[in-house]
Design a protein around this ligand. Sequence first.
Ligand code: URA
Length: 442
Amino acid sequence: MNMVEIITQKKLGRPLTPEMIRTFVAGAADRSIPDYQLSALLMAIRLNGMTAEETTELTLAMRDSGDVADLSAIPGVKVDKHSTGGVGDTTTLVLAPLVAACGVPVAKMSGRGLGHTGGTLDKLESIPGFSVSLSEEAFVRQVQEIGLAVIGQTGTLAPADKTLYALRDVTATVDSLPLIASSIMSKKLASGADAIVLDVKTGSGAIMQTLEGSIELARAMVDIGTLAGKPVTAVVTGMAQPLGTHVGNALEVKDAIDVLSGRTKGDLLAVSLLLGSHMLMLAGAADTPAEGEAKLRRALESGAGLEKLRQMIRAQGGDPRVCDDLSLLPRAAVQRTVTVGREGWVAAMDTTALGLAAQAMGAGRIRKTDVLDYAVGFILPVRIGDHVTPDTPLCTLFARSEAEAETAEAAIRRAITIGETPVAPSPLWYAVVTRDGVVRAE
Ligand code: URA
């Protein structure tokens, strides 16, 4: 079996055999197949698609290309949560402590920011002293002891995906449903959880911007999980605007602590409760989303969720006092609030552009080697549907210099459309997809 035959098969629109898939995945993992041949194949897949069987085979081959974490020493059903990526999307920092406070162990391997989207690891590292690098042994021990750990990947998880993802990024082949579904699910299946809740974003800041595309992606990932023997629930949630009001690493930690302290009650809390309730259901700790949400609310109101976050920060070497004293988080040199400047209604946001504005300020990487500035970003209190006047605060910028604040302000103004007529608020969620089908929000 040689690579030219495999590329030819897909170029002609024919399904790849399991042997062909295993061959190119092995060559991607050990780097024995040159990038130009892998790139040609990725483009053929992007243009001609894959069947459900091919997508599942690709996922399992990528899962098996590296280590598969063993979490069996942790008692109970371990439920993971994964977002397809968003802006101001800090749900892990809110729901993981709440779910753990309800007695369901959360052993989570998270990622770093990618493109315009933020990453949980970068946010956690903005907490002074916090380490996301634990051995698998220390990771398991921490979850046994306090019920919660959030770390970077241990071992070498899905190395084939690492190669293919890097090539997709530079060959315009990221936006392929089978490639996205297999990339995400291979890593989730390798990270050892018993069940998975997927937060599939839709809207201007999402990898799939249309609702039908997002539901199709959700369905593909649920089907892969089902075939791999792991229950998966996918919730399609809105990314027409940043989820929380804060964008930037330390700012998003602050947003999560504000939510867990009961000071903030917006969309970030609502979506965290929704996803968390599905995690409790998959773990057998709730029968309905309403029952799950009630349990999570009790953990929030009693302070048990915030206490869980404190315990995790302490266990991973961070300064737990940040939970009570937000001034211990990094602070930017320049801080300034700007107003909307006209009357109207917030009609739309280009959320990808907002994420790119934060990235350009230093909150995200433009090159792999870039060092992040944890303090920078912005607070955006306005939401789609809000009525605004010239004096309404549009955003507060946290920047390294006046010049960078200026550039970010211009980018944020361009990304937000103020209309002349009332606009309905943007829905928080659109559909829940399980092996039993799709239930749409009313
Ligand atoms: N996140 C991933 O891990 N892979 C993709 O292909 C897209 C988003």
